[in-house]
Design a protein around this ligand. Sequence first.
Ligand code: PMV
Length: 318
Amino acid sequence: MESVASAPGKTILFGEHSVVYSEPAIAGAVNKRATVKIRRSRNQNTILKSKDLNFEAILDTRKESYSLKHGKPGIIRYILNALSKFHDHTPIEILLSINIPIGSGLGSSAAVTVATLAALFDYHDIPFTKESLAQDAYNVELDVQGMASPLDTIVSTYGGLIYLSREKKPISFTNHINSNFVIGFTTKYGNTGKMVKNVKNLKDAYPNIINPIIEDMGFIANEARIAILKNDISKVGELMNINQGLLDSLGVNTSELSRMIYLARKNGALGSKITGSGGGGSIIALCPHNPDKVMKAINRYDNTLKIKFSKDGVLTKD
Ligand code: PMV
């Protein structure tokens, strides 16, 4: 028997960093996915392989360790942690395919975690709901990363456009901005843990200044939710730009991100901002009319991607 599950990457439209402090946020699943296949191993080893990421490893699920045959993927820690929680240590083969760029702020780790858990639950006939799966995946991310919000794992599980309320309740809402977005990657991987810690240090050092900024980001997410529901696309863009100013003040911007953000606006994007933790990683630009022009303007080394939000969350099949 073979169990297969897939889950999408995500992009954050509003509320990165402030969501860590329970402010509301808006993020959506993208049309890029991670797919995990699990089957019984043909030998005594538990093997993890990914052609897309060019690695192969033998996993020791009891010791939560691994030896690599080749490659050096950070993603293994998420898979091992998921196995340590829900696998009975019998030898299995895990095949990972993924077309989400890694370390780019598109939620590749959450997608891999959600797909791994869903495939594992299917393999062991463990019943689950989207709510329980999102929670289990969040626990894996917390173990591996330290500080994290549940946003990535929720979006990867539910799919669609999600408004995450203060109470961490995911509310799916119809995406009235069925528009093209352009993602631009920098040369530097985003280090989410480090950036979250930097923001915390700033917040601790200047609470009177930083706390209102974080709260303002929550107000922006709430305004944006109304604008999206009214299909007021220029307002969505304007709010993205305001959000970007506040992200910059938190110290998560870089000159490379800034360059793309301003080039995108200059070439007709209605709004553009960092998506994800910043300090590297990527930007997102709202480009309803001219995604190709924006892509051409910010592209330096094949570092752009046109995306649309996708309604599909986690999917399983035997
Ligand atoms: O860099 P990403 O895509 O993993 O996004 C991180 C978003 C943060 O709000 C900075 C952290 C979090 O866990 O929500």
